[in-house]
Design a protein around this ligand. Sequence first.
Ligand code: AMP
Length: 192
Amino acid sequence: MLNLILFGAPGSGKGTQSPLLVEKYALVHISTGDVFRSHISRKTDLGISAKAFMDKGALVPDTLTVELLKNEIEQHPNAKGFIFDGFPRTTAQAEILDKMLAEKGTSISALIALDVPEVVLIPRLLNRGKTSARPDDQDIDIVKNRLATYERETSVVAQHYAALGKAHKANGVGEIGEILKNICQIVDNLPR
Ligand code: AMP
């Protein structure tokens, strides 16, 4: 299996690149943020609980997030591989993901971090907020809190995979097609 973590700060382009990678490598895309938003629009109990955290730009607690991810993985028993987008966001989540994949006889192939400076991220997010109807993209304080949460709680996840020799960086600024090429170059050179 080819299991990729598409990593990077909010607004780094994970959601833009994921469908392109799905098409190229025939993987299943799991975006925990998208799944939470689907629960919110269906007003499920999980959606109502998650919304309180998402509206502040904070992380949804691991107990809720891990359960949600497990369900998503279980829905695709024949997947050739996964793209994890927005998960893991804490070292604890990374350890749980590693364990879940080990139980399926597989593992993370690579974490690919999209490298985008903060001065580019803030206008990108606010701009997306004009058309995406995502409340967490429309308020500068929430945007800043999401970026601070990423620095404080999520960026360490890259170190977890670096220690396993699996962390890579791709330039995330420029044309969408160029960025895709940067990512594919990494994927195509992974040991298979
Ligand atoms: P995203 O669509 O990836 O930007 O995620 C939007 C929001 O969903 C985040 O700001 C968090 O509140 C929540 N979220 C998504 N994935 C996770 C995760 N792995 N752990 C905790 N919270 C998450």
